[in-house]
Write a protein of this length. Sequence first.
Length: 258
Amino acid sequence: MALGSSSTSQPYRSENVEIPPLNQPSVPPAAQPNASPGAPATAPQTVAPAPAPVAPAAGGSTPAGNSGSRPDPTPPVRILNTRAGPVEVRQLSDGSEQWRFPSTGSFDVVIVQHAAGSMIPEAGPFLTGWPVQTVFLALGTAKDWVMQYCLPPSAGAPASQSGMVVTLGTPAKLEAPFIQLALLPPPKIAGGPRPALFYGTLGADGRFRHLRPLAAPDYDTRAELLPYIEQWQFRPAKWDGASAEVQVVLLVPASPGG
């Protein structure tokens, strides 16, 4: 029987086989007690040790015919070609998706404002530094995710005063953080009829910290999204060339028909 083919034979039965010394004839095996009278004699069989387990092929695929091995643990990958470079998207077993972005990517558009502005008015009380920058995250949804961020007030250049004249410090040169890894929740969790807002900080290590949902009249508090968003990784923002922590407001768009 070929290795890997299906079998309907009786359950496996262990036998001890004595191997005769070299150059001596072997003793024929005893007759099978359940052999049918008049059945043709079977050909001599060689008992070989069980084959060693076969390692998965490249990419983690399971060898054909190895019905006892585990299913392929490596999720399939599709490549999205974007202006920032190729993005790897992996579909995970729970329906969530892992998006991996190029390490050298950058945003096409970075909006710089003195304050949070009208795009997300609710962000004003939370983004207290200046300038406030806005970037758009294209993550396969009908509308882009929006992230606004700024340096904390303590990081800005101090203002000076001479008499009645107050001179504001020169804004620091702030380089936008860029997303490296995003974990998107499965559709049954991601869908929602209204957008959601989250506030926290993006550390100098490129990870979200103290992220929490914001309650506002036009937004839902979607705490169930936190376990996914908290796993995101960014190339950190840079202030005059050094990695810096920034205040962040993240807008999650509503899902069509949600």
